[in-house]
Design a protein around this ligand. Structure first.
Ligand code: PAF
Length: 286
């Protein structure tokens, strides 16, 4: 596996690959790799000639009171995992390389960026869209892959690809889960043992609502209440939002259909960790 730090080298390398007729797949990450990231890598590995992963903890998507400083950065371990799982090129630029002095261009995907996570984390999706567009321009992949756990991010990035006519096939793969249902996330490492024990309730609540939809419940209010009732048995987290929305527009819906997104965010009470998860009713949008 080749590790590339400079934008110019990455762009040249990618140009050479395309000139040689090779297809490229891309998995953007912020490192602290877990099986979810590795499953994305393995998926893309099977589809292209060259698998590229980026590790960049993007400062512009963290709010001033968020966990940028404590975000885990086990770089050596990540390199070993990436290499073992078929990564050909690991692109890991510094913050100065990505955002040199004078940097002033940002991308906003309007409307979709201001609800749900965007309401609680103002500016977050501006940072995400900006860095992902930059990464796409640097890596020039044919295919890029993201996980459904960060569903709003995936919906926004799909919009960006469409709106800006990017020639990239953006794939979204189902959330990778621990055996007890907890969605895999680099931030799970912050959880205290008590919080970790409570955390599977989040997916259990979503499953319960999904099962009730399958049994014929169509009122979004009822599904929210069912999620809320499961959350009542949690001692170490509290919900920040429980939203039932259209999975294209993210607008709230009263009556659910087979493209409705149930999205929840919770905050734990000991380590102050945010946990997000979601299900899409019926057949997924991705
Ligand atoms: O999902 C993430 O890890 C990040 O938001 C991403 C897409 C790598 C952009 O920094």
């Amino acid at each position: 596996m080749r590790i590339i730090r400079s934008i110019e080298e990455m762009q040249n390398y990618s140009t050479d690959l395309h000139r040689a007729g090779k297809t490229t797949g891309f998995v953007p990450t912020m490192g602290a790799l877990h099986d979810g990231h590795l499953s994305l890598l393995k998926h893309i590995r099977s589809k292209v000639n060259s698998a590229i992963m980026s590790i960049f903890v993007n400062p512009t998507q963290f709010g001033p009171k968020e966990d940028l400083a404590r975000y885990p950065r086990p770089f050596e371990k990540d390199c070993a995992l990436a290499e073992r799982n078929g990564c050909d090129i690991l692109f890991s630029p510094s913050s100065d390389e990505m955002y040199p002095e004078g940097f002033s261009s940002y991308l906003t995907v309007e409307n979709l960026s201001t609800t749900l996570e965007g309401e609680i984390r103002p500016g977050h999706f501006k940072g995400v869209a900006t860095v992902v567009l930059k990464l796409f321009n640097i890596v020039s992949p044919d295919i890029a892959v993201f996980g459904q756990k960060d569903v709003q991010q995936a919906i926004i990035l799909k919009r960006m690809v469409k709106d800006l006519n990017l020639r990239i096939n953006l794939l979204v793969l189902p959330t990778f889960r621990e055996s007890d249902g907890l969605a895999m996330s680099s931030r799970n490492s912050y959880l205290t043992p008590e919080e970790r024990k409570d955390a599977p309730l989040i997916y259990q609540a979503l499953r319960k609502a999904h099962d009730n939809y399958n049994r014929g419940e169509l009122l979004s209010q009822k599904l929210s209440e069912q999620i809320q009732s499961v959350f009542k048995s949690a001692h170490f987290f509290r919900p920040e939002y429980i939203e039932v929305v259209n999975s294209y527009t993210l607008a709230p819906v009263e009556l659910v259909s087979n493209k409705t997104l149930l999205a929840v965010a919770c905050r734990t009470t000991q380590s102050n960790t945010r946990l997000i998860d979601n299900v899409i009713l019926g057949f997924g949008v991705f």
